[in-house]
Design a protein around this ligand. Structure first.
Ligand code: 13P
Ligand code: SF4
Length: 339
């Protein structure tokens, strides 16, 4: 390796070794050595800079395979990533996910530098609701507790009582003394939760652009065609889709199900990044194509990760006003009590 004008050059041996390292994982997705070779100098440079700058890369389960298997330090669901962000000793967190996740990391680790490779990676759920909407709902239902899904922006979290993820939403609802719960902003998740609790759930009109597309008719047809397959769906899917599934949960629960199951065929009804990850981690199991692409999650790539590490632009830094962060952090801290 040598360095000229800000550009690092790696030796042929270094590049070959890196190509082989990537190929060991990514060949399970049908990637050739030639494809892996095109990524090798980028992954080498990113991994080198991470050490130099005492940075870690947190990647959501939906990220591209070259990010997950090439450069990430920790991969997980929203809850697991929040925990990692709160616990890390690294000085800088590069968050390969979407804005609400990077904001959460910043609020849980306020002294750390948090950077987003793609600053415009949003989320249709987060964009469906404002802080003023929460204030109005509270006025309409003064006796209700506000339980807010993590897929919201900091200002909305700041107006909430507790934040939850798909894996602890029910536990949190049941733990509260209130009989009435305002659950925001995912309409389908609120309907799915209402079936599992005796409490009154007041929902909102938010929907995920990926999960609203899955239809029960399509899943029924798959079920007939692949009777052996276990159908795992995200709880952001409609109640009609959830009714057909063997498991409805978050991405972490889906991963755990595949890992513990003796079944050999699975339909992973969520964003495609998770089934790609599972194909690599469980090469002997069969995954029937059944996913959709999130345009926000897929904005991150190795090039914008490298930029965030090497020479970040001002909009890649995640900053939250002190007052919003303080109020949102209270609601987030309560979430972390529920594994
Ligand atoms: P998980 O917390 O299940 O990983 O979900 C995040 C998300 O954005 C789902 O679409
Ligand atoms: Fe938001 Fe849906 Fe994308 Fe998840 S998959 S980040 S909920 S738009």
């Amino acid at each position: 390796m040598n360095s000229t004008s800000n550009q690092i050059h790696f030796s042929k041996e270094e590049l070959d070794a890196e190509t082989n390292r990537l190929f060991a994982s990514l060949s399970h997705l049908g990637w050739t050595k030639e494809i892996c070779q095109t990524y090798a100098s980028l992954t080498l440079e990113i991994n080198l800079l991470k050490k130099e700058k005492n940075a870690i890369i947190l990647a959501h389960n939906y990220q591209l395979p070259e990010i997950i298997f090439g450069v990430s330090d920790f991969v997980g669901d929203s809850y697991q990533l929040s925990k990692q962000a709160a616990q890390t000793s690294a000085e800088t967190i590069i968050f390969s996910g979407v804005r609400f996740m990077a904001e959460t990391a910043k609020m849980l680790s306020p002294k750390k530098k948090v950077l987003m490779p793609s600053p415009d990676a949003g989320c249709s759920l987060a964009e469906s609701i404002s802080a003023q909407d929460v204030i109005n709902l509270r006025k309409q239902h003064p006796d209700a507790a506000v339980v807010t899904y993590i897929n919201t922006y900091a200002e909305v979290k700041a107006e909430s009582d507790v934040i939850c993820t798909s894996n602890n939403a029910l536990k949190i609802i049941e733990s509260l003394p209130n009989e009435k719960i305002i659950f925001l902003p995912d309409k389908y998740m609120a309907q799915n939760l209402a079936k599992l609790t005796k409490k009154q759930i007041i929902g909102w009109e938010g929907l995920c652009v990926v999960h609203e597309e899955f239809s029960p008719q399509k899943l029924e047809a798959y079920r007939r065609f692949y009777p052996e397959a276990k159908i795992l769906v995200h709880t952001e899917c409609s109640p009609a889709v959830v009714a057909i599934a063997d498991l409805a949960g978050g991405t972490g629960e889906m991963q755990k199900y595949v890992s513990n199951s003796s079944a050999n065929q699975f339909m992973i009804v969520t964003e495609c990044g998770l089934s790609d990850k599972l194909k690599v981690e469980f090469p002997k199991k069969k995954f029937i194509p059944s996913c959709g692409l999130c345009p926000h999650m897929k904005r991150n790539d190795l090039r914008n990760i490298l930029k965030a590490l090497k020479n970040p632009s001002s909009d890649q830094f995640v900053e939250i006003s002190a007052d919003v962060a303080r109020r949102a952090q209270k609601a987030l801290d309560k979430m972390l009590e529920f594994a």
